[in-house]
Design a protein around this ligand. Structure first.
Ligand SMILES: Cc1ncc(COP(=O)(O)O)c(C=O)c1O
Length: 616
């Protein structure tokens, strides 16, 4: 028989809690049976089926690990088309005269499956290189499509410029960014004005919100400051390069969540565009707005970032053009979105090896009668408490009496842990009963909601989602099963590195009118929408051997992976939906072997063809 709590739960509530079926997780959903599935062009594929198939086809492959990275290049294609369609729609609605030019910055995800998916999506899409190595990659990948625009950014040395020159000779369509006065001199020395397309990269003089806000405006590491811009323009004019400048570029930062700033950015760069044309750069026809399009990692946004982004940017450009009443032609709008194109396409599927509880199981015989008596009295007080203040006092009294006595040894610690668990349960239940608004008013009360179970996942946070540690980036984590149940509790997912940062407990608690709780009264949602600790799970019992999916990991994570503890790459598996509606998996690369990892740190003569991750 179902309990009342289970009867009031629904799939829609699970969708709300896990953030699936909307915004940037629109391609994930939950089946009636509670399984997480992927939806590609209307076809549903459960993660259980994907895992089953991998086990069958690749169980014996070298580098097999129970966890793997799932690549879905068709989601890259989907995003590229969506971005172009958004700009085309807005340009049509606003009767905008310029063109949209899409450029993919390969630094965001250089993997071949990703870059080729971008190219396959659109025959005019261009690529951006930030280094010589990236230019070599681009040269190779578009060898037969030299018409595609290439923007060469990044610090340029004579060798990078030599490679650019070779590419130009071979017929590639290259634009070279000028990022300093020194660079402008290097370029003018080596290139002929009539054959060169120059991009003036300017610091984004604009304040934006987000992790990278400190590096915008005058503090930006990239681009010409306003005084350098004046000097470079003067130099270019003196040496006959004024007509080589066809583009200006500024990148305002990544993951710009304060989306309204794009309207100001549109206005600002259009103002600079018209001023530079007035200064004699009359071939200037493009504005490259860099990247910055944000991903809705928390599924909490009400609007579609992509469409809104296009609307704001084009309106900003248009607004300035109207102020100068058509004195200059509408510029083509170039967009170098990276995160917005790639984030959806990569998911890390992590096998759960075991579940550990931080508290011991209850054993009545192990607790002394004196402590039991104290426990009874404290429980009674908790159940009668009517304010947060009272609860805090009761808790403090209990802590004062017992908290400092752990030196009394193992037996005492064991008793303490058993009692603490019961009391924490009671506090949570009482707080929920009282419907207190401030569930986490301070550090003390917050501790009651922390998960008491740790799931050990066969992965490395440092290798698979390094930004979780580096910039506290949130990657939504979703169990693959029992999502139809009201969650039993919440857990922390920890990796197998020996580093306490190798853990994901962060979970976005979506906004609901009244707070929803797991069966053990841990928080699932919040009144205002905020980050909390604890990933909800249907039940603890079925976790070992099951998986968790770390989503939206396609941007930057492959480029910055780390081999902490010599745990290298997980194997890569590519998923394709074929035209006949069948889906296919292919094993792209196995996990890096211990031998390769040791070689990287200087041990070339150790011969072990073993996978560094855990084996059953
Ligand atoms: C010049 C340039 N263009 C584009 C991007 C991509 O930005 P995003 O991933 O935010 O779209 C970057 C990121 O650093 C960049 O430096």
């Amino acid at each position: 028989m179902k309990t009342l709590a289970e009867e009031t739960w629904s799939l829609d509530k699970s969708r709300q809690v896990y953030g699936v079926n909307r915004n940037d997780l629109h391609f994930l959903d939950i089946s009636e049976e509670g399984d997480l599935f992927l939806r590609l062009r209307g076809k549903s594929i459960t993660f259980k089926d994907i895992i089953e198939r991998i086990k069958n086809i690749n169980g014996d492959s070298p580098g097999y690990a129970s966890s793997f990275t799932l690549r879905v290049p068709q989601l890259v294609t989907y995003q590229v088309k969506k971005l172009k369609a958004a700009f085309q729609r807005v340009m049509e609605e606003l009767d905008y005269g310029g063109k949209f030019i899409g450029i993919y910055p390969v630094k965001v995800n250089q993997r071949k499956d990703c870059v080729t998916a971008v190219l396959r999506s659109d025959s005019d899409y261009g690529l951006e290189a930030g280094t010589k190595a990236e230019l070599l990659l681009i040269k190779n990948v578009i060898e037969r499509e030299k018409h595609r625009p290439i923007v060469c950014n990044g610090a340029k040395d004579p060798k990078y410029l030599k490679l650019i020159k070779e590419c130009m000779k071979e017929g590639y369509n290259i634009a070279i960014s000028v990022e300093s006065v020194h660079e402008s001199r290097l370029i003018m020395k080596r290139f002929k004005p009539e054959q060169t397309h120059l991009v003036l990269r300017i610091k984004p003089y604009l304040s934006v919100e987000g992790h990278w806000s400190h590096s915008t405006g005058r503090d930006s590491k990239f681009g010409l400051s306003i005084h350098d811009l004046y000097d470079v323009v003067e130099l270019l004019k003196q040496r006959g390069f004024a007509n080589s400048v066809k583009t200006i570029l500024a990148h305002a930062g990544s993951q710009i969540t304060e989306i309204e700033s794009f309207e100001r950015f549109g206005r600002l760069l259009t103002k600079l565009y018209t001023e530079l044309r007035d200064m004699g750069l009359s071939n200037l026809v493009n504005i490259d707005f860099g990247g910055g399009l944000a991903i809705d990692y928390t599924s909490s946004e009400t609007s579609d970032f992509m469409l809104r982004y296009a609307q704001l940017l084009v309106s900003g450009v248009k607004a300035h053009l109207s102020e100068i009443s058509g004195k200059h032609p509408p510029p083509n709008i170039m967009i170098e979105s990276g995160r917005g194109i790639t984030a959806l396409s990569t998911m890390v599927v992590v096998e759960a090896l075991e579940v550990r509880s931080i508290f011991p199981p209850r054993d009545e015989n192990a607790i002394s009668e004196i402590i039991k008596d104290d426990e009874r009295k404290t429980l009674d007080r908790i159940r009668k408490a009517s304010t947060l203040k009272e609860i805090r006092e009761i808790w403090n009294n209990f802590q004062e009496k017992y908290g400092g006595l752990n030196l009394a040894g193992m037996k005492f610690i064991l008793e303490q842990e058993m009692v603490t668990r019961i009391l924490e349960d009671a506090v949570r239940a009482r707080l929920v009963e009282l419907s207190l608004k401030s569930y986490d008013i301070d550090g003390l009360v917050r501790s009651f909601w922390r998960p008491e179970h740790i799931v050990i996942g066969n992965f490395s946070v440092f290798n698979s989602i390094a930004d979780h540690v580096l910039v506290k980036q949130h990657f939504p984590v979703i169990p693959i099963q029992e999502l139809n149940l009201k969650p039993q509790t919440t857990v922390r997912l920890v990796d197998i590195t020996c580093d306490s940062d190798g853990e994901i407990a962060q979970f976005y608690r979506p906004r609901t009118d009244s707070i929803w709780f797991a069966k053990d009264n841990r928080l699932l949602t919040s009144l205002e929408g905020r980050m909390g600790e604890g990933i909800p799970v249907g039940s603890l019992e079925k976790i070992p051997g099951s998986c968790f999916v770390l989503t939206l990991a396609g941007a930057y994570q492959d480029a910055i992976e780390m081999d902490h503890n010599l745990l290298g790459d997980l194997p890569d598996v590519e998923l394709y939906l074929q035209d006949d509606g069948k889906w296919a998996l292919s094993w792209v690369t196995g996990a890096e072997s211990i031998e390769e990892l040791l070689k990287d740190v200087g041990y070339a003569d150790i011969d072990v063809d073993e996978d560094p991750y855990m084996w059953d």
